[in-house]
Ligand binder design. Structure first.
Ligand SMILES: Nc1ncnc2c1ncn2[C@@H]1O[C@H](COP(=O)(O)OP(=O)(O)OP(=O)(O)O)[C@@H](O)[C@H]1O
Ligand SMILES: [Mg+2]
Length: 281
């Protein structure tokens, strides 16, 4: 039987902050992700998306059930599962190259200094930062910092790239550019990507499947939407297609349905005109 790549089995996470009542964030999350898949997670703020990502990263452990990578329980962070957060988290007193080298040095400690430097430079080149690698984080733009964060993550040659709202702080154009870069890197490196996002268009454009989370406490997966578009994807053609609009509407419908009944009623007139462009089932 084929080995399972990434799997969450009846995963639950409860936080017990000192002196306060426990917070049951996630309960009974079941999900299997294949190698090379691009999976996005959407859901209302505070439902537990980042918590789910930190469990896969190994930064937190589940309080029940398990999270497995290649059928072994994830117990700690590892270079095969690299994370990029929304706030790039580069060290301000190191240049872009030195920041990436930190990751490379940790993972490829056995290689010579020259080899490690070449690795870091190669990844910075791949994300378009060749010209800027000797600058400090404060000397480059937000988009460049995010690129540097991606280069640092990929320089460890991970199998899984975990992205937590990686482009949330960027303008629409830079965001679109970086999405395309991540899609290219995903294809070139047979990466598996797990991305938390609030941007439904981003989720539909990038993903093979969209995991939609219920609201918490005890949040779990409410629905999984397959996104059947071929790759490479052509942004404009895709976004105009009825199939794209259908996927996006499914996401919006799910998110609104998670809110209180009064809220659902108030948005019905807004979503109704979109019905006409749904792809046939
Ligand atoms: N270390 C922690 N200790 C206690 N509670 C926590 C901890 N981390 C997260 N939580 C709680 O878990 C819940 C889910 O948080 P999480 O950050 O996973 O949500 P999210 O879906 O990523 O939200 P957002 O979309 O706003 O980023 C929140 O109620 C949060 O307060
Ligand atoms: Mg979050």
């Amino acid at each position: 039987m084929k080995m399972k790549f990434l799997e969450l089995i009846r995963t639950a996470k409860t936080f017990t902050p000192g002196g306060r009542p426990p917070v049951e964030v996630l309960a009974d999350v079941n999900l299997e992700i294949s190698k090379g898949e691009f999976v996005s997670v959407i859901g209302h703020s505070g439902c537990g998306k980042s918590t789910l990502l930190t469990l896969i990263a190994g930064l937190e452990l589940p309080t029940d059930g398990s999270v497995c990578f290649r059928e072994r329980e994830i117990e700690r962070p590892g270079p095969e599962r690299a994370v990029v957060f929304q706030n790039h988290s580069l060290l301000p007193w190191r240049t872009v190259l030195q920041n990436v080298l930190l990751a490379v040095d940790a993972v490829f400690a056995r290689e010579s200094r020259a080899q490690r430097k070449a690795r870091a430079e190669r990844w910075l080149d791949k994300v378009g930062l060749r010209e800027h690698m000797h600058k400090y984080p404060h000397e480059i733009s937000g988009g460049m910092k995010q690129r540097a964060g991606i280069a640092r993550a990929l320089s460890m040659e991970p199998e899984v790239l975990l992205l937590d709202e990686p482009f949330g702080a960027l303008d629409a154009l830079t965001r679109a550019q970086l999405q395309d870069e991540v899609l290219r890197l995903h294809a070139e490196n047979n990466l598996t990507v797990f991305m938390v996002t609030h941007d439904i268009d981003e989720a539909v454009y990038c993903s093979d499947r969209i995991v939609m989370m219920n609201v918490g406490p005890r949040a779990t997966i409410g629905q999984i939407l397959p996104v059947p578009f071929a790759r490479p994807r052509e942004r404009l053609a895709l976004m105009e297609s009825p199939a794209f609009v259908h996927c996006r509407t499914e996401c919006v419908r799910f998110l609104y349905a998670q809110k209180r009944p009064g809220t659902v009623a108030s948005i019905t007139p807004v979503t109704a005109p979109m019905e006409g462009v749904l792809a046939p089932a």
